[in-house]
Ligand binder design. Structure first.
Ligand code: XMP
Length: 522
């Protein structure tokens, strides 16, 4: 169970398995109040120990009338703080307080028109500031059907008469829709109303408090033991490293594996930042010869991934052995990684995306895990990185896949092709940064193709490889569109690559969206 690491005001969210549960916690944090997910069956005593100022019951995919449906301790209403139930959370709360829940006539999914009833339209109340007619996002199969006289309906939609309710005597509020998603335009207002009008929050939480709380939690978890962390140079592992270093200093040992598939100057950048600037205990394992040797002649993308994944674990394991007293392994796992692997609190969140995360470490390594970023979303991790003093160039770094340049060197991987690819890639990134477009793109890189094309240079014709440029805009990397880069930027990149990089005949720009195309070429 998560503990409130300091005595700051907290609004825990009981996670009934909704894919939006963590989003609720995040919205609460955005509104300036600390929030964290807790198990749905947490006891009222454990909840009270968090000193909450309010409690939120999340949505979830189950039906409250089913035998196996996750339930909460009925005594949550005795903790003595306001409770907000969202979707399934509203149904659970209503049922515990005497209402009945049944399947709706039809499953409702998508936008609905919410109409405030006279009690809901009260200014200064739970729905204060919400227009009388507004759009809300629904996703439910069940509805609260009837409520005792103890409840007051606050709002309805054409198909859901009890879309928002409150209890007459107890501080319980329920909404059948999802105020946490952006498709509910006044959702943030409703959450703020709950926090500030109902729970009387002070609103003094910010990312700096998270650092203090996380530092304390890490210290409690690891004691005087050593912790190792696989540093990739990406945002997540770097922020995790900075946070752990702040918490436990040289008890942290970072391991950086040079697999020979890194971008131009990548190893130097990581080493100089973490070793020279942050004075962290960093060990680089140069395993490039092993990786490139094992990849010789391999052209099949998944085979490349398997080889790289296996060698990475071996290289990491070898380096970890040289730190014999290490007991913990720290990882920069973020909330979306947790939800993707189906390891949410209720264990019920749908497995939304099968992640092919090569470059990860197996659980069998025998370490206890330290995952201080588990509750955060990417943009929160970036803010945390800022608070920890990481440079902007690192905080806004585009993601780079675990198998590195191997999946951007189509077909067989050779040193020559990697050299060309690194130079072309560096030029593309340099020009993007110079044009102030790096931040707006989600991922930008060059790919070298196993296709030779003709070029006439000087007096001779030469046949040399084609370089493809890929830049995509995306928020979640599950869908993406190709970046509409200005022609003059593309022109500069192309002209610099063919002029400055030996061994490129032609440059093309990839204009495929995802789906159907993936972001990487392999
Ligand atoms: P795709 O190519 O599937 O990529 O559209 C989506 C995101 O995942 C990254 N990616 C990987 N990351 N190991 C990783 O750690 C991999 O094998 C891998 N393949 C793709 C890709 O760079 C993009 O950000």
């Amino acid at each position: 169970m998560e503990k409130s690491p300091t005595k700051q005001q907290c609004v825990p969210v009981l996670d009934f398995g909704s894919q939006y549960a963590q989003l609720i916690a995040r919205r609460v944090r955005e509104a300036g109040v600390y929030s964290v997910l807790v198990r749905p069956d947490i006891s009222a005593t454990e909840l009270a120990a968090l000193s909450p100022i309010g409690i939120i019951l999340s949505g979830g995919p189950a039906s409250v009338y089913e035998g196996h449906a996750p339930r909460c301790d009925p005594a949550v209403f005795q903790v003595g703080v306001p409770v907000l139930g969202i979707c399934y959370g509203m149904q659970i709360g209503a049922e515990l307080l005497g209402g009945t829940v049944a399947p709706a006539k039809a499953r409702e999914y998508g936008a609905a028109k919410l109409h405030l009833l006279p009690e809901g339209a009260e200014t200064g109340g739970f729905l204060g500031g919400v227009p009388e007619q507004t759009t809300v996002w629904m996703s439910h199969g069940d509805q609260v059907q009837s409520l005792g006289a103890d409840f007051i309906p606050l709002a309805s939609t054409p198909t859901c008469p009890l879309a928002a309710i409150r209890h007459r005597n107890r501080p319980f509020f329920g909404v059948q829709f999802h105020p946490e998603v952006t498709h509910t335009p006044h959702g943030a207002q409703i959450i703020e109303n709950f926090l500030y009008r109902i729970c009387r929050a002070a609103g003094d939480w910010q990312m700096g408090n998270f650092v203090d709380a996380a530092v304390e939690k890490i210290r409690v978890q690891v004691g005087h033991n050593r912790v190792i962390l696989g540093l990739s140079g990406g945002v997540d592992s770097s922020v995790a490293a900075a946070l752990l270093h702040k918490a436990i200093g040289n008890q942290l040992a970072c391991i950086f594996v040079d697999n020979g598939l890194l971008r131009q100057n990548e190893r130097n950048t990581v080493e100089s930042m973490f070793r020279d600037h942050f004075h962290m205990n960093l060990r680089t394992v140069d395993a490039s010869a092993e990786f490139l040797g094992a990849l010789r002649g391999v052209t099949e993308p998944q085979k490349k991934r398997t080889i790289i994944g296996k060698l990475f674990v071996e290289a990491f394991r070898g380096a970890a052995k040289s730190i014999p007293d290490a007991k913990f392994l720290a990882q920069g796992t973020l909330y979306p990684d947790v939800i993707e692997s189906g390891h949410g609190h209720a264990g019920t969140a749908a497995n939304i995306k099968l992640h092919h995360n090569v470059g990860g470490l197996p659980r069998e390594l025998g370490f206890e895990l330290v995952e201080p970023l588990r509750d955060l979303f990417k943009d929160e991790v970036r803010r945390l990185g800022e608070v920890l003093g990481l440079p902007e160039s690192l905080i806004w770094r585009h993601p780079f896949p675990g198998p590195g340049l191997a999946v951007r060197c189509i077909g067989e991987i050779t040193e020559e092709k990697l050299t060309v690819l690194r130079q072309a890639d560096e030029i593309f990134l340099e020009e993007l940064i110079a044009a102030n477009l790096y931040r707006s793109a989600a991922q930008t890189f060059a790919v070298i193709l196993p296709v030779a094309s003709v070029a006439v240079m000087g007096d001779g014709r030469s046949y040399q490889p084609v370089v493809a440029l890929r830049s995509v805009d995306s928020t979640d990397f599950m869908t993406a569109d190709w970046s509409r880069l200005p022609y003059d930027v593309l022109a500069r990149v192309s002209s610099r690559i063919v002029n400055e990089v030996r061994g490129v005949s032609r440059v093309v720009y990839d204009i495929t969206s995802k789906p159907p195309g993936t972001i990487e070429w392999e």
